[in-house]
Design a protein around this ligand. Structure first.
Ligand code: F6R
Length: 236
């Protein structure tokens, strides 16, 4: 595991966006795994900004989404598919057929396999240590499947739904699917992630904190802003 402790949130965001850009510039037909959520919004904004500056070509890339809520109608503004449309597809000028979204009844694992696998996986982290929607209790051999969201995750995501109920279920790539990706970049920003990050650094393969499984991956980079890193001390 490589840990990058940045001087500011803006720097952490820039480092993460640059990792994607470097990959796409050196390998235009890259397969990228994308997370949604508040942490990633400025990363995608930065990608779009740099794309305009450097004319990066995303037309040969393919994108796999990590997860999606179950039960939202197509086009629901709080669905992750709409999030990806707003923050990635439209700003980067992607085609709809460049993006795959997990769904009930679809064979996502087969689609992943046929793509040749994800070259670079972007991840956020839940306050409870979830990655994708692999909530505490998820096993290391889990694959894309329907999952039940914890109350704490539903509460954390309530602001995206205004007065509506947050769905109780989702479809998520599994831990095994994530560990098969060729490189992983997890970005954590803000004090609300500090406890989860401390746990990730101190504990190994803990089902109660699924992000701990990532430490067995050979190419795992953890990018932290000063607040997410505020409960760890790497300078001893
Ligand atoms: C979303 C996802 C989740 C989020 C996590 C953090 O696709 O996979 O694991 O990364 O819930 O969400 P934010 O960034 O909103 O704090």
């Amino acid at each position: 595991m490589r840990i990058i402790q940045s001087e500011s949130t803006a720097e952490a965001i820039r480092i993460t966006a640059e990792a994607v850009l470097e990959r796409v510039q050196s390998h235009p037909n890259s397969v990228i795994g994308v997370a949604t959520g508040r942490t990633m919004e400025p990363v995608y904004a930065e990608l779009a900004r740099i794309k305009r500056e450097r004319a990066v070509d995303f037309s040969k890339c393919f994108f796999f989404m990590l997860d999606e809520y179950v039960g939202l109608p197509a086009g629901h503004p709080s669905s992750f598919r709409e999030y990806v449309h707003r923050h990635l597809e439209a700003p980067l000028g992607l085609r709809r057929d460049q993006i795959a979204c997990p769904s009930i009844g679809g064979d996502y694992e087969q689609t992943l396999k046929e793509s040749g696998g994800i070259d670079l996986q972007l991840l956020g982290i839940g306050q409870n240590g979830h990655i994708g929607f692999n909530e505490p209790g998820s096993t290391k051999d889990s694959r894309t499947r329907k999952v039940v969201l914890t109350e704490s995750t539903r509460k954390a995501n309530q602001s995206q739904f205004h007065d509506e109920e947050v769905p109780r279920e989702a479809v998520s790539m599994g831990i095994a699917s994530i560990l098969e990706t060729k490189s992983i970049w997890l970005l954590a920003t803000g004090t609300s992630k500090a406890d989860a990050i401390k746990h990730v650094l101190n504990v190994h393969d803990d089902p109660k904190c699924p992000a701990t499984y990532l430490k067995s991956h050979a190419h795992f980079t953890l990018v932290l802003d000063p607040w997410a890193a505020s409960k760890i001390n790497l300078k001893i």
